[in-house]
Design a protein around this ligand. Sequence first.
Ligand code: HEM
Length: 405
Amino acid sequence: MDSSIALDDADLPWIDLHGDEYRADPGVVVRAARECSWLARTAQGLQVLSYAVIKQMVADPDIDSAGPDYYRRMGGSELLVEYATNGMLPLIQGLRHDRIRKVLQTGFSGKRIIDMRPVMRQVTEHLIDRFADRSEFDLVADFSHHYPLEVLCAMIGVPERDIPQFAEWTLALALMSRAPLAPHLADIDRALHGLYGYFRELVDERRVHPKDDFVTTLIRAEAAGETLTEAELFGSLVNLLFAGHDTTRYQFVWVIQQLLTHRGEWNRIVADPALAAGAVEETLRLEPSLAGFVRQVSKDVVYRGIRLPAGTFLSLSAFAANRDPEVFPDPDRFDITRANAHMHLTFGRGAHLCLGNALARNEMTEALKIFAQRFPDLSFAGAATYSEGYSGMRGAEILPLAVHG
Ligand code: HEM
């Protein structure tokens, strides 16, 4: 006999994503909710809190990515829905996803990422040089906002002179993770128009004058028979900016914030830069810049006694899973030598695993090493500022730092 209960009848904890308690310490709120259930209700829908359940869900053929309808449901414009349909890989389903991913993967080869390390170091040094003579700086405005974008632009093949315009567009694109979406639609549309127009010209140019960059690699992959439609090609390029800029920008700020909060760990990195990669990994676990990722139930399923009907949207919470004590002992402790930190779900899992994970990991590790070397006495110069309201993207908007301790 089926002893499962309907979702509507399940007694689930409520997480108030907009409440003061969550704002002050989401870890405490999530821990209390997980003690009641592996699933919680929020104003943004259902959140899955258990590591083991998320692992099972990402491998479940009856649970798929959210699909472009996600943005239609959120009230997105036609242009936004068109971009979600053809460019936003995490939302694209089935064989079409696999085909596009295969082509994009050619641009993310391990060799290309390793080859980018000198560029990462050069961009870091150059950005630091611009504020190194000041006693204080804002990690976001002076560094983190520019860094991933400049590395990405170098990788994609966007000339340096166009980077400021790109920065403006990507800031607007990042508004896609805000809820509600309506107040930001005009800005998002303007950025999408700008980016689509830009990439059309860039692709035309590279078709005539190929270079050793990502755009040329994609064009060559096409030429080798791995076809992308024009809409998929431009959409995918726009998506790289959406996927690769803000995520890394906020994540690097978390890295520095965590290390300065745990001063002893910062001092260890200063003494031994080889520990930088572990610090990045542990920060990815404890403070993911993306709170989670969305899935949709495509066929009725039962999980731990609860019936989830087809059409149910689920937010798989990386934040909660990464603090699941069943996987990470003493989960709220920041430990840069934690042996299994890399098992976090911050880059997702399964078919949609983040394509840029190696790029992001390398970017943050290279920058961290240089920060530790150039600013051994780095310290907080004021409190971090966060934006109002809930966003799936987590992190400080302003972080004042002092160069001399
Ligand atoms: C700290 C930085 C980053 C974080 C936290 C992050 C997180 C994620 C997550 C959670 C997913 C899975 C979404 C899902 O399953 O629905 C994802 C997918 C993706 N990410 Fe990242 N990402 C980061 C950096 C980057 C970078 C630097 C790039 C590339 C420039 C990138 C490109 C992508 C792409 C293309 C996908 C879609 C993969 C697919 O659906 O097959 N990401 N990312």
